[in-house]
Ligand binder design. Structure first.
Ligand SMILES: C[S@@+](CC[C@H](N)C(=O)[O-])C[C@H]1O[C@@H](n2cnc3c(N)ncnc32)[C@H](O)[C@@H]1O
Length: 195
């Protein structure tokens, strides 16, 4: 068994999820109920699709998946290839949404880790900052966002920067997340207003 092939890997294979990441989302949802009342969803860093499988089980009315490696789909669940750190990709996302406002924006996006803690942390803060800044424009008032981040010295500053736009915020590390990983999920709940 390789490092990647742990219990969650085999469970995902058996239960038909495209990746073990599905269990992180299921666990977070059991604790914070972020998927309930989420009918319009934007999923970022969506490939290979474990979270998408979980979202589809809830029968959302609208789901747009975005990933560097996504295969474009004009059929539900919709998908576009894009880089969430790029202005041009957010233009594509906004064009695709066509004025629809999302109930929930989820991000599991993270580029390949270098193994150097500070570099990976800083890269994940950049991704999260781009997602919050752009995502709030297409989130409905009252809507929720959740982003993955490699925890580090800028995490507090990042949360402080964006928490003022939301009613509540939470930080969580699901059991399905590898113990040796510094990844955490930050939830911003209840957008107060558009900026
Ligand atoms: C951990 S995987 C996501 C797993 C997914 N949640 C699942 O359940 O299968 C991270 C994904 O983020 C994507 N990604 C990394 N940086 C990105 C970026 N800047 N923009 C869009 N996607 C990105 C990668 O291509 C990769 O598919």
């Amino acid at each position: 068994m390789t490092k990647r092939e742990d219990g969650f890997y085999f469970k995902a294979k058996k239960e038909g999820y495209k990746s073990r990441a599905a269990y992180k989302l299921l666990e977070i949802d059991r604790k914070f109920e972020i998927l309930s009342r989420a009918h319009y969803i934007l999923e970022l860093g969506s490939s290979p699709g474990g979270w998408t499988d979980v979202l589809l089980e809830r029968n959302p009315e609208f789901l747009l998946c975005v990933d560097l490696s996504a295969k474009k789909s004009d059929q539900f669940p919709f998908a576009i290839r894009g880089d969430v750190t790029k202005e041009s990709s957010w233009k594509d996302i906004e064009d695709f949404l066509g004025g629809r406002e999302m109930d929930l924006i989820l991000s599991d996006a993270m580029t390949h880790t270098s193994g150097q803690h500070f570099r990976d942390h800083a890269a994940s803060v950049d991704i999260c900052t781009s997602i919050l800044s752009h995502g709030m424009r297409v989130l409905r008032v009252g809507g929720n966002m959740m982003v993955k981040q490699f925890q580090g010295e800028y995490t507090r500053e990042f949360i402080d920067q964006f928490k003022v736009y939301f009613k509540r915020n939470y930080t969580t590390k699901p059991q399905a997340s590898r113990a040796e990983s510094s990844e955490i999920y930050i939830i911003f709940a209840g957008l107060i207003d558009h900026i």
